[in-house]
Design a protein around this ligand. Structure first.
Ligand code: FAD
Length: 467
């Protein structure tokens, strides 16, 4: 063909899905080219997603704990925030990881081509770099890992005070009064950071609760804590108009808790993410993209074109890094002729707020709606010695069981470190465990992990003792 360079497998996009697929395909003996628009690898997750947000959330936690422990006998002077130093530390965490990926690519002889790639036909992608240089990359097989981008609200004016998650993570300044549009995971994580740094926060959410995917009883302890910390949480309310004035952004609301028009110093828009399927000229390769921009795949990550695969945010919900990684491995292995399938039963979700919220499998609301005969076991953390010794008592571990088989089919956890605790339930579901498998497993004392065992025992009715 007319390709400048040629590979067995070309991976389009170097996020967690793309770099995982590229590395796995190379390990399996394929000649791999990885195309990435940005100079650093790692995609949204490493550069402007999971990792910088967790770094800043840790800083937020340190600040809040210093404040909280004043009432438990520790006196600190009011902590001071050096925004430049904090930003530099956060950037350092990111570059250490993205630099590591570059090293891993070299080790595996994965060739990284910098620039924006678009399909020319079923076997070629044209890549244009920042200076306008063109490279045609030919392939036998291709894995599309183009990810997603923040959804924009069409009625918002262009104004530097209106930012998305990427702008929020850039940490340019700390606004006095900030409006967060969207009470989902990303909006609340960023609100947590800016609140700790000193902003007055209002969250506005169209739906009737925060973090709509999780059960209401799991979200309630978070909602209660945030209500005390924030200026307002406006559920069942939407923003209808924003005017960019010199004195601030004037916001008009509509809905159940709509206040009079308000002035804010900054607005963070976190209303979801949309897949990048429409930006890569997929039609030139005959790859079908739906109206929303998703590319549909089968359980081997194969698109409607047999030698073209797709993985990660661009193939559908949930848009999470751990899903992208697992799909990336499957695609690479199928490329190499292995008969691998993506057959995870469950994919966990975590909001790294304070308290954290984690859920996996069936929520109670879903079990109810689907008419599943379910039973549940719950353990309130007010009875956990470890939780109380952290100065916290609002947590809850709830497990959902199938009444017929006794298998655990879901769980919701709220409390510090809920995100780490949910991993045990993921394994239990994948292994087909019932309540006694979990309850009879000796958990270390005193840990928060005991709350999982206690919730299982509560379902069995064998709970005898509270720690
Ligand atoms: P992406 O990470 O989006 O990567 C796609 C890559 O492809 C990008 O680098 C892009 O530049 C490149 N690209 C796209 N099109 C082209 C093209 N045509 N040519 C060249 N390059 C191209 N998930 C979690 O699991 N846990 C979290 O804690 C978490 N926190 C998050 C926090 C924030 C603020 C955000 C925004 C997201 C968060 N996510 C989190 C979601 C997570 O970042 C995504 O699910 C994940 O990055 C998806 O991986 P991906 O490989 O599909 O695509």
């Amino acid at each position: 063909g007319n390709a400048d360079i040629q590979a067995d497998v070309v991976v389009l996009g170097a996020g967690p899905g793309g770099y995982t697929a590229a590395f796995r395909a190379a390990d399996l003996g394929k000649k791999v080219i990885l195309i990435e628009r940005h100079s650093s690898l790692g995609g949204v997750c490493l550069n402007v997603g999971c990792i910088p947000s967790k770094a800043l959330l840790h800083a937020a936690k340190v600040l809040e704990e210093a404040r909280d422990f004043r009432s438990h006998g520790l006196k600190f002077i009011e902590p001071e925030v050096d925004l430049d130093a904090l930003r530099e530390w956060k950037n350092g965490v990111v570059t250490r990881l993205t630099g590591g990926l570059m090293g891993l690519s070299k080790q595996r002889k994965v060739q990284v081509v910098n620039g924006f790639g678009k399909f020319i036909d079923q076997n070629n992608i044209e890549v244009i770099d920042g200076e306008g240089n063109k490279t045609v990359v030919g392939f036998s097989q291709c894995i599309i890992a183009a990810g997603s981008a923040p959804v924009k609200l069409p009625f918002l004016p262009e104004d530097p005070r209106i930012i998305d998650s990427t702008g929020a993570l850039a940490l340019k300044s700390i606004p006095k009064r900030m409006l967060v549009i969207g009470g989902g995971i990303i909006g609340l994580e960023m609100a947590t950071v800016y609140h700790a740094l000193g902003s007055k926060i209002t969250v506005v959410e169209m739906l009737d609760g925060l973090i709509a995917g999780a059960d209401k009883d799991i979200v309630k302890p978070l909602h209660k804590r945030l209500e005390k910390q924030y200026e307002a949480i406006l559920t069942k309310t939407r923003v209808t108009k924003v005017e960019a004035l010199d004195e601030g952004l004037r916001v008009t609301f509509e809905g159940a808790k709509a206040p009079e028009p308000q002035l804010y110093d900054s607005i963070l828009v976190a209303v979801g993410r949309s897949p990048n399927g429409h930006k890569i000229d997929a039609q030139n390769a005959g790859v079908a993209v739906d109206d929303q921009g998703f590319i549909h795949v089968d359980k081997q990550q194969i698109t409607n074109v047999p030698h073209i695969y797709a993985i990660g945010d661009v193939v559908g919900q949930p848009m999470l890094a751990h899903k992208a990684v697992h799909e990336g491995k499957v695609a690479a292995e199928v490329c190499a002729g292995l008969s691998t399938f993506f057959d995870a039963w469950v994919i966990p979700s975590v909001a790294y707020t304070d308290p954290e919220i984690a859920w996996v499998g069936k929520t109670e609301a879903e079990a109810k709606a689907e008419g599943i005969k379910y039973g549940k076991g719950a353990f309130p953390w007010a009875a956990s010695g470890r939780s109380l010794s952290l100065g916290r008592d609002e947590g809850l571990t709830k497990m959902i069981f199938d009444e017929e088989t006794g298998h655990v089919i879901g769980a919701g956890i709220v409390g510090p470190n809920a995100g780490d605790l949910i991993a045990e339930v993921c394994l239990a579901i994948e292994m087909g465990c019932d309540a006694s498998d979990i309850g009879l497993t000796v958990h270390p004392h005193p840990t928060l992990s005991e709350t999982v065992a206690m919730a299982a025992e509560a379902f069995e009715g064998t709970i005898t003792d509270l720690f």
